[in-house]
Ligand binder design. Structure first.
Ligand code: PMP
Length: 288
């Protein structure tokens, strides 16, 4: 018997994957006008769901998009979408678009936001990235100026990140470091960045123009609980080059070591002890 097709939630109803469609007049498509979240599930339960929904609501508020259901209803939709698809360890994508409007920009002409929940299996990074660490480069694409499009808004307009990703891929790496308009370290295309110097963990602050990563917050808490000092402080490429360790955090990647940046080995060029300790703690938290 063929597998049952993936069931996609759109505005309260479930559709087979191939029938899950929205209008070509949706401003999410025409203008990237909308917001989204990427959430992991472990053992059939969405990880840090409340935090993700809070961020979704803040993103929506920042673009004056009213999500047509409550947070409790959204949480139920996420749980049910996991359940109907029988997803245990998976990835959930929640999308809210401005809805169908005219060909003009005016968001007021879009009256019905679309709420979409997709729960699918997750494609994990190969194991060797966690064992041996990633090689990344700094790209020339500057992270969005916060006064133009604040990186704190997780909007459907991800071209800034995609352009950086293209630069990285063309250079043969799968993740790339972006600087902000001041030349400071901001974040990677889909992950936050941390370094270790003299046993302390350093990471750019929100003011550097970054997405306030949920995994970033979890890792900061884990490190502090383990007695490791964490500072949110502006960083330059120089700080990264002289770091003892470097690692990235993100919903899909979890905690992944970085061993080379711009052809320079970080520390001894191997995943460091603090990174490995945090990877272990993160695993314990999510797999227990
Ligand atoms: N920065 C960017 C630009 C991202 O897209 C993501 C992934 N959502 C992250 C950082 C990591 O955030 P989180 O830990 O919430 O997945």
């Amino acid at each position: 018997m063929p597998d049952k097709p993936l069931q996609i939630y759109i505005n309260g109803k479930y559709y087979d994957k191939d029938d899950a469609k929205i209008s070509v007049f949706d401003h999410g498509l025409l203008y990237g006008d909308g917001v989204f979240e990427g959430i992991r599930s472990y053992g059939g339960k969405a990880f840090k769901l409340e935090e993700h929904l809070d961020r979704l609501w803040y993103s929506a508020r920042a673009i004056m998009l009213e999500i047509p259901i409550s947070k409790a209803e959204m949480a139920q939709a996420v749980d049910k979408t996991l359940a109907v698809n029988g997803i245990q360890d998976g990835y959930i994508r929640v999308v809210v678009t401005r809805g169908a409007g005219t060909l003009g920009l005016d968001p007021n002409k879009c009256s019905h936001p679309r709420v979409i929940v997709i729960a699918d299996s997750i494609t994990l990074y190969p194991k060797e990235y966690y064992e041996n660490g990633l090689t990344i480069i700094t790209v020339s694409t500057v992270r969005n100026h916060p006064a133009a499009l604040n990186p704190r808004i997780k909007s459907l307009n991800y071209l800034n990140n995609i352009l950086a990703k293209i630069e990285g891929l063309q250079a043969g790496v799968i993740e790339a470091l972006m600087l902000n308009h001041k030349g400071e370290v901001a974040e990677c295309t889909g992950d936050n960045i941390f370094i270790v110097r003299r046993g302390k963990i350093l990471t750019p602050p929100n003011e550097a123009g970054i997405l306030e990563g949920i995994t970033r917050a979890v890792v900061i808490d884990l490190a502090r609980a383990a007695g490791i000092e964490v500072l949110e402080t502006p960083l330059t490429k120089h700080d990264v080059y002289i770091a003892e360790e470097c690692f990235l955090t993100g919903t899909a990647a979890e905690v992944v070591p970085v061993v080379k940046v711009d052809s320079r080995p970080i520390g001894p060029g191997k995943p460091g002890p603090i990174t490995r300790d945090l990877m272990h703690r993160f695993r314990q938290l999510t797999r227990s």
